[in-house]
Design a protein around this ligand. Structure first.
Ligand code: ADP
Ligand code: ASP
Ligand code: MG
Length: 417
């Protein structure tokens, strides 16, 4: 068998028990040659985001950084019997590097600073897990993925330079034995850290698999696989045993957050199967994503995205919402980095549901008001129902105030208050 890629997310390594369980997963799945991709532990990316926010408010809450420090140190204390094990020094070296950066930095570029800081979540988690694997008798080699995975300088949303990344990975990353590295992070041509966008570790696993022609990719989650809905919000979600790449791309694109949306296309291109499995029950088959039938079992799938913004626009001068107006609106949406989830237009109105991820809504609305009548509904939810049935739709609409509804073939979208 060729080599595989495993990806462990934040939930799987949120504490010492999680790290121990990761080793259990390796034991139970009888691994061969393997690249292991790991995210930051638990909610450490959020904590590091807070460090960046505090830094820019000029009130660097040193307690946030101390929290990050203590979190990793405590996990290490639980994992390593020997308090003078080299891993403690390695953790400290990374934290000192981070503090050194914050002291020296002169760049006012928020996104640049963000990437130089949040990358430490993954550097710390992989350092700890690698040392633990060694303690448990595994011969695993730690790699700094930033030496392989190259992006442009779009900080916080780095675009992969496929040519250079492919060359680096195929020349330098061994395909024998266990290689362990970070998800989510990368670097630009000047060697500065970049990131691939929140939740981007799944994508890293796919990039490595694509560049090195892996046999398969498994992402280990706290759920049994891809379900027909997020079990946190929908009762009766059922496990999907099989989904095609196409279906998985659609589900992820509409917001099924169990797989990062960018993960699937590289895998589809080379027909590398993706398995989504439970790190608590690694023997179970989970979900397989590959070529073949659309979805099995064939059930309605529900996706919910909260904290969205519905912007409704109409012209000030009775003109129609046609090419020129719409072109202008899209230019502004792009400029203010609004992720568009849904569009609906008629002769005189244009509605768009967006994700205000970069907090640019106010600035965008000021611009739009110069040319349009603008109504904004903040904090709306967007529901997408795929493989909709009448019964599923009635149930979904129950007790909700629907602001907008869009029906396309077998997909229905609702924006609700
Ligand atoms: P990771 O540990 O890799 O970061 P995530 O937390 O990003 O994992 O993804 C797993 C979570 O995705 C689950 O806990 C679940 O709440 C959520 N989720 C959303 N939609 C689905 C779905 N359709 N099927 C399974 N889980 C889903
Ligand atoms: N640690 C990063 C995040 O929380 C990447 C990931 O977990 O996939 O967004
Ligand atoms: Mg995640």
């Amino acid at each position: 068998m060729g080599f595989e890629v495993y990806k462990f997310g934040g939930a799987s390594v949120q504490n010492a028990t999680g790290v121990k369980n990761l080793v259990e997963v390796l034991r139970k799945t009888e691994i061969g040659d393997l690249v292991i991709v790991i995210s930051a532990m638990g909610k450490m990316t959020n904590a590091l985001e807070d460090v960046v926010a505090g830094y820019f408010e000029a009130t660097l809450k040193s307690d946030t950084l101390e929290l990050v420090e203590a979190f990793h140190h405590n996990i290490a204390l639980e994992l390593f019997e020997n308090p003078s094990a080299p891993v403690f020094k390695e953790i400290q070296t990374l934290l000192n590097e981070l503090k050194g950066f914050l002291q020296r930095n002169k760049s006012p570029d928020y996104d640049f600073v963000y990437d130089q800081v949040v990358c430490y979540g993954e550097l710390l988690s992989t350092t700890i897990v690698n040392a633990y694997l060694e303690q448990e008798g595994y011969r695993s080699t730690w790699h700094d993925i930033r030496e392989y995975l190259k992006t442009d300088t779009s900080y916080r949303e780095g675009k992969v330079n496929w040519e250079v990344t492919m060359r680096n990975l195929s020349r330098k990353l061994p395909r024998k034995g266990i290689q362990l590295t970070q998800g989510f992070i990368a670097s630009d041509a000047n060697g500065f850290s970049t990131t691939l966008g929140r939740e981007g570790s799944d994508y890293t696993a796919a990039i490595i698999a694509y560049c090195l022609n892996a046999e398969r990719v498994t992402i280990w989650k706290d759920v049994p696989g891809v379900l027909s809905a997020d079990p946190r919000y929908f009762e009766d979600a059922v496990l999907l045993n099989f989904i095609s790449y196409q279906e998985a791309i659609e589900l992820a694109f509409y917001g099924a957050s169990v797989i990062h949306p960018k993960t699937l296309q590289p895998l589809q291109r080379k027909e590398i199967p993706l398995f989504v499995k439970s790190f608590l029950n690694p023997e179970n088959s989970g979900t397989q994503v590959s070529i073949g039938q659309l979805i099995e079992p064939h059930v309605p799938c529900y996706i919910r995205k909260t904290n969205q913004v519905l912007i409704a626009l109409s012209s000030l001068d009775f003109s129609f919402m046609a090419e020129e107006n719409i072109g202008e609106i899209f230019k502004l949406l792009g400029q203010y980095k609004m992720k568009v989830d849904l569009i609906q237009n008629s002769a005189i109105s244009f509605s768009v549901c967006v994700d205000n991820k970069y907090k640019n809504l106010e600035a965008l609305v000021v611009k739009l008001r110069a040319d349009f009548k603008v109504t904004v509904h903040q904090d709306v939810s967007l529901y997408t129902l795929r493989h909709a049935t009448d019964k599923a739709l009635v149930q979904l609409e129950k007790n909700k105030e629907v602001l907008l509804k869009q029906v396309m073939q077998n997909t229905v979208q609702l924006v609700t208050l």
